[in-house]
Ligand binder design. Sequence first.
Ligand code: TTP
Ligand code: MG
Length: 364
Amino acid sequence: MDHDGRKIIHIDMDAFYASVEQRDFPELRGKPIAVGGSRERGVVCTASYEARQFGVKSAMSSQKAIQLCPDIIFVPVRFPAYRAVSNQIREIFKSYTDLVEPLSMDEAYLDVTYNKKNINSAIEIANRIREDIFNQTQLTASAGISFNKFLAKTASDIQKPNGYTVVLPRHAQAFLDNLPIDKFHGIGKVTAVKMKKFDIHNGLNLRNQSQYFLSQNFGKSGLFYYNIVRGLDDREVNPTRIRKSISAENTFDNDIVEYHDIEQKIDNVIVSLLERIKRAGAHGLTVTLKIKYNDFTLRTISRTVQRPPETFEDFKNISIHLLNTTLINNKPIRLIGLGISNLIDQDAPIFEIQQSLFNINHNV
Ligand code: TTP
Ligand code: MG
C-alpha cells in the first residue's frame, strides 16, 4: 500500500460530556445517565456507557431514551466544564507536537512523525497521551494510530472506550476490506443505505466499484470513497485551520415536495445547527440555506444580518424568508442544509457590521 511514512494519531475522549459529569458528581458513577434533554422533552447529547448498553445514543429524543432505559438520569449540559477539559487535553497534545488539529472539544488529529520528545513509536506516544489525559483529568480517551487521517479516525472508534487501534501499512488493505460500510468515517447514514442497495456492504465491495460508477452515483464524494478504500488520503494535519462556518444538513430517505414537510425538515435542521453552534460557542452573521433537488441541482442562498441570530425563532424567521425566495414549486427535494458563517467573537464589541446583504448562488 502507498504511503508517505507519516505517523498520524486521532484521539477522542470516551462518552465525553457524560464522563465529565460522572467525574464531578460521584453519585452518577456506574449509573445510566444522559447529558442534555429532560424527562419531558429534548434531545440527548451523549449517554454514559451504562446507558448505551440499553441502546441510548447521541441525538436520540429523551422520550425514546426513557423507553429504552426507564431508570436513565438526565443531567443538564455544563459547557464551561467541558471546555476546561478540552483546554487541558490540547495542552497535553501540544507537549508532543505543534501539528495538532482539533475537530471538536473532545477530539483531535496529531501528526507525530517528528515530535518534541523524539519518540519513534507512534503507539507509545498515543498511549503516553492517554495516560497524561487520565492523570490530569481522571478521564479516558481512545486512540487510532495509522499513516493517514482517515485510517486514524476510523481506527479510534474500534476499541472504545479506553483503548487504541493501530493500522500498519501492511495491514491497511485487509483492515479496509473487512470494514463494514457503516464504520467508514465520512460515509453518512443515508449514503450507507444507498450503498447497501448496490450490494456494497464492506470495504472490499466498495473497492470493487469503478471510479466512474462511484462518481455517477455519489457525485463529488465518489472519488473520495474510491481513494479512502485504497488507503489513499493525503490530507495534512492542519493546526491553523480556523473554523469559518458551522452547518447542519439532512438528506431524506424519501424526497419531499409539500411545503409543510419542507418547513418541518427545516425545523429539524435548525435544532441540529443550534446544538452545534452552542457546542462551538460561536456566533455568526450570515445564514445560508442550501437545497438540493432530486436531480442533484443545488441552490444556496444567504442573508447577512446585523446581530447574530441566537434562538430557534431567529433562525426560523431567516430560513423561511430564504426558503420563500428560492423555492422551486413542486420540485422534489433530497437535502436541506443550514449554516452560519461570518463568525464573530462574541466578546468583542461590534463596531462595523456590513449592511444587510443578500446573495443568491445557483450552482448546478
Ligand atoms: P463524540 O466524540 O461523538 O461522542 P462521545 O465522546 O460522547 O462518545 P464516544 O465514546 O463514542 O466518543 O462527541 C463528543 C461530545 O459531543 C459528546 O460527549 C456530546 C457532544 N455531542 C452532542 O452534543 N451531540 C451529538 O449528536 C454528538 C454526536 C455529540
Ligand atoms: Mg468522544
